[in-house]
Write a protein that binds this ligand. Sequence first.
Ligand code: DGY
Length: 324
Amino acid sequence: MASIYITRKIPESGLEMIKKKFGKFDINQENRVLTKSELIKNVKNRDGILCLLTDSIDKEIIDAMGNTCKIISNYAVGFNNIDVEYASKRKKMVTNTPGVLTDATSDLAISLLFSCARRIVESDEFTRTGKYKGWDPMLLLGQEVTGKTLGIIGAGRIGTVVAQKLARGFNMKIIYDDRSNNFDLEKSTNAKRVDLPTLLKNSDFISVHVSLNKDNHDLLSKKEFNMMKRTCVFINTSRGEVVDEKALVNALKEKKIFAAGLDVYESEPRLANGLTRLDNVIIVPHIGSATVRARTLMATMAAQNLIDGLQGKIPKYCVNKDRL
Ligand code: DGY
């Protein structure tokens, strides 16, 4: 019988599949991230691991898995928490959960975009605390969304869907920056591919959807925020490390941009100094995929990846099949 370790509770749908197939598994019963030494202890001599984006699966953890472990099934679409190169060297399949969270995450990016543009959180606070004394021509003026230019940084699955929803629903003009042309996006929204400086200078709204890699840490820093329009709304639902958060705090403080909506942070769950004191930022706790549907489907997908890997198949969502 396969020996399986799950680093944190995920929705029942996935756990049931694993139980049905293999009879049992071990799981971290506490509702917290395991420490490194706990991870090392628990992954030893397993055949498969199901882990979360909050587990840093580095060389040391992979070595602790030994030779028995065949598969590391990540409960996330992003897999920057895993040293995939080293896992491949040690002949371990790494899998992720793409597609099922595209709608949830794109919906959140759009919610943040509107909430920032129309100052929804500030307005709620204003009304709730009794400051609303009557209609005022100059009260809480925001930015209009319809017909404006949206710059998408990273036109993969989620970036594409954000652009399509906003182009169809709100007639936004789409420009995007990516390593290659996305012809589906161009065809469906009339989007134009531009370089990053052109995108930064011309967008009314910017939404980041890149996956984190070794080349894009601090992709958006002081220089990039300085290029944006003063009326620009900046959204990040991808990974915090692509933004120099200190530079973003300064840009917001100095009103170099209008507002920002953030779901992810550079040193999650820690926030940059000064971020919570700003009125022109909306901060939410990495909830991009946090819908019942998305999290349930992520669980069944991660479980299926694990089951396939343990049964000697290459799972459909194996990210390192060419490197094994
Ligand atoms: C992911 O899957 O990578 C998201 O950040 C969390 O669901």
